[in-house]
Design a protein around this ligand. Structure first.
Ligand SMILES: [Zn+2]
Length: 95
């Protein structure tokens, strides 16, 4: 049994022919692979990481709201840093 040279074969979602998945575009019709996926990732990046919902201080916020939001932001960052540290500890001592 010999290993196939093209292990990343994937089906084009547009022309439904098998093409080299390592290439960004379909060899048959030129359709871009994972276009939908890429667009979703792009949208998610634009919206900000949903896993870290940190309060955003808007430039049009009134000054009292900015003052109110700042400590909340700092507290959130400390909390996330603490969680990241806990996750790090569990991975280190998991073995
Ligand atoms: Zn195609």
């Amino acid at each position: 049994m010999s290993a196939s040279p093209s292990t990343h074969l994937k089906r084009c979602t547009y022309c439904e022919q098998w093409t080299d998945g390592a290439k960004e575009y379909c060899e048959h019709c030129g359709h871009e692979h994972d276009k939908q996926h890429k667009e979703e990732v792009k949208k998610r990046t634009e919206r900000g990481d949903p896993r870290l919902p940190i309060i955003q201080v808007q430039s049009h916020d009134p000054i009292w709201l900015k003052i109110l939001k700042r400590p909340v932001q700092v507290a959130q960052l400390i909390l996330y840093a603490f969680i990241a540290f806990l996750v790090y500890l569990t991975t280190v001592f998991a073995h």
